[in-house]
Design a protein around this ligand. Structure first.
Ligand code: PLP
Length: 396
């Protein structure tokens, strides 16, 4: 099997698994307990917090553990919005191609009377800092823009946006779930106020994440109960997962440059190979893209059929995001970069990982080329294109 869906989730590293094990069967105490056995768990928890803080350039007290990226996004956005509302500021800026954890939270806030501006991400898949700054109003309380897009892999100018917003009375949050462990993050240098990460996107366990919150921003509680996480997130801490996440993040950050150069070479080889398929086009700009991400649209095919036939050939890939697969709507991300509906349906995301080899890439190129040709030969829609009844969207 060739696993090319690392943007959906990753395999846990052996080191991360090993880092978790002692906290399941040896140091299993509750960190809130006063006896020393519980305090051993507490010590491990605080040690992990400090190590994670060091990976993103913040203070340990600014790290809150959550159940993952979705919860971190929810808590960040709701916190910033409600802090703004107390000052009469109810305008939020985001982009049209955020993760649903962001977009659906913004929809909820709209029902509370917030106004949301979704910036255009153009066909490049990126905004500019100038566009963000131009959208800021007197009543803007929050800018939430993802670090890197989970479908098309395009990277936003986060440091420039942070610098542009630095002197504004606006909270800058970024969903960095696709970036953490893959791109350099330094929240202080980049002037980021709040940032979400999730362990299972960098070879850590599922169901654990971090919300970084700059000192001075008072987090709003989403999960109420005990006083864990300084009273901002109730629930007994998932110590094994936290230990696994800390180890996975440290390893990813230590190898970030080596991984990036190896992966981007494979990515470019894959893009070059798939580019030879006629009437297909890369989604998003390749100059500013996650080292692991390849995303194409092919005319005259359905992404779902493509995925099933690739599965028969032993390739795990994705079309649209995992959350939207299974629905008939085309990906909101592809629509946001201006792909017409009929083309957006024929998308393919391949996200490479540490295990991917050059042979894998060559096999994928061959398999995708074969399957696209096969599907087009069966498609009445494709026949209309070849006979000129319909117009092509892409050049050959
Ligand atoms: C995966 C992902 C999330 C959700 O993270 P979970 O830990 O699965 O809740 C949020 N944002 C982006 C960009 C993602 O890729």
């Amino acid at each position: 099997m060739i696993y090319a869906d690392n943007a959906a989730t990753t395999k846990m590293s052996k080191a991360a698994i090993e880092a978790m094990l002692p906290y399941m069967d040896e140091v299993y105490g509750n960190p809130s307990s006063l006896y020393s056995f519980g305090q051993d768990a507490k010590e491990a928890l605080e040690n992990a917090r400090a190590r994670i803080a060091a990976c993103i350039g913040c203070d340990a007290r600014e790290v809150t553990f959550t159940s993952g990226g979705s919860e971190a996004d929810n808590q960040a956005i709701i916190t910033a919005a409600h802090l703004g509302a107390r000052k009469g500021k109810k305008h939020i800026i985001s982009t049209a191609f955020e993760h649903h954890a962001v977009l659906h939270t913004l929809d909820k806030l709209k029902k509370e009377g917030f106004e949301v501006t979704l910036l255009d991400v153009h066909d490049t898949g990126a905004v500019t800092a100038e566009e963000v700054l131009a959208a800021v109003r007197e009543d803007t309380c929050l800018v939430t823009i993802m670090y890197a897009n989970n479908e098309i892999g395009t990277i936003q100018p986060i440091a420039e946006i942070g610098a542009a917003l630095k002197d504004k009375d606006v909270i800058f949050h970024t969903d960095a779930v696709q970036a953490a462990g893959h791109l350099h993050i330094d929240v202080k240098e980049q002037n980021i106020d709040m940032l979400s990460i999730s362990a299972h996107k960098f070879h850590g366990p599922k169901g654990i994440g971090v919300l970084y919150t700059r000192t001075g921003i008072r987090l709003e509680t989403i999960i109420s109960g005990g006083a864990q996480e300084r009273g901002k997130r109730a629930g007994t801490e998932n110590i094994p997962a936290i230990m696994g996440m800390a180890k996975a993040l440290e390893d990813a950050v230590a190898n970030i440059d080596a991984n990036a150069s190896r992966l981007s070479a494979l990515r470019d080889r894959l893009i070059e190979g798939l580019d030879k398929i006629p009437y297909g086009e890369l989604n998003g700009n390749n100059d500013n893209r996650l080292p692991s991400n390849v995303n194409f649209c092919f005319e005259g095919i359905e992404g779902e059929s493509l995925l099933l036939l690739l599965d028969d050939k032993g390739i795990c890939a994705s079309s649209g995001s995992a959350c939207t697969s299974g629905s008939l709507d085309p990906s909101h991300v592809l629509l946001a970069i201006g792909r017409p509906h009929e083309v957006a349906h024929g998308s393919l995301r391949l996200s490479l990982g540490e295990d991917t080899t050059e042979e894998d890439v060559d096999y994928i190129i061959e398999a995708v080329t074969d399957v696209v040709t096969y599907l087009r030969n069966m498609s009445p829609f494709w026949r209309d294109l070849t006979t000129g009844k319909r117009e092509h969207v892409f050049a050959e």
